[in-house]
Write a protein that binds this ligand. Structure first.
Ligand SMILES: Cc1cc2nc3c(=O)[nH]c(=O)nc-3n(C[C@H](O)[C@H](O)[C@H](O)COP(=O)(O)OP(=O)(O)OC[C@H]3O[C@@H](n4cnc5c(N)ncnc54)[C@H](O)[C@@H]3O)c2cc1C
Length: 204
């Protein structure tokens, strides 16, 4: 899976139909294996991730330095879709950027390396499950706690931190795969619709 990242500026004046479609929050337009995740940002900007489940070699065939050709190739994956959705790519005023998703096994861990550890995204190389900032903050807090608990023994502190972080990372990676499958899997867009309906039911 990869994202192609693109932006539209001055949306309210220059792209009112797209602005109306995305609204003031976010828009998800999904079918199995592809779709658009667009959201409004401060400063009259709509930022879009075009999601495509394609192998890395497929993206190697696109020259992202040739902006019109890259846009046309990505937009071609959405032939027959609403023009306002395709405009998220074709009218983008930033060069499309390929954001490839790289992942390690869910239970990835490493042997202790004296004086070194990892936290945040560097420690949790998995698919985007929407929890990365939370993990990074918790990692930081727990690493700080461990260093404070063993002020004279950094190795003990790092080992203590990693012994809590590794199982959390494993669990979070498995959850991230479930989320990605829910959002982009074979039932798309039913997973996202189900998620929001559930939330609405819970808060009603
Ligand atoms: C579009 C998008 C939506 C997201 N939504 C959510 C969400 O809803 N909820 C959630 O929990 N998470 C979300 N995330 C994930 C979240 O942003 C990350 O998991 C989180 O930012 C990871 O924090 P980090 O500190 O590990 O890494 P980063 O935030 O990437 O920080 C790393 C920093 O290191 C700097 N850096 C890199 N190389 C060097 C170098 N050589 N020297 C010095 N500095 C360097 C970078 O510039 C950067 O500032 C989202 C991510 C994206 C891209």
């Amino acid at each position: 899976m990869s994202y192609v990242d693109t932006c539209l500026h001055d949306v309210d004046t220059a792209h009112p139909r797209v602005a109306g479609l995305v609204g003031n929050g976010a828009l998800y337009a999904l079918v199995p294996g592809k779709g658009f995740l667009a959201h409004r940002e401060a400063g009259d900007v709509i930022h879009t991730y075009v999601v495509l489940h394609r192998p890395a070699e497929w993206f190697d065939g696109i020259d992202f330095t040739d902006v019109p050709a890259a846009k046309a190739r990505v937009a071609a994956e959405f032939d027959g879709w609403a023009p306002e959705l395709r405009a998220l790519i074709t009218d983008g005023d930033s060069a499309p950027v390929l954001r490839s998703i790289h992942e390690l096994p869910d239970d990835h861990r490493w042997s202790r390396v004296p004086g070194v550890t990892l936290l945040g995204d560097a420690a949790h190389a998995t698919v985007p499950g929407g929890d990365g900032a939370n993990l990074a903050m918790l990692d930081g807090a727990e690493l700080g706690e461990a260093l404070a608990a063993y002020p004279d023994d950094t190795e003990k502190a790092l080992a203590a931190y990693e012994s809590r972080m590794f199982p959390r990372s494993h669990k979070a990676a498995a959850a991230a795969h479930r989320t990605v499958d829910l959002v982009f899997g074979a039932d798309a867009p039913a997973g996202v619709i189900g998620l929001f309906s559930q939330e609405r039911g819970a808060s009603a």
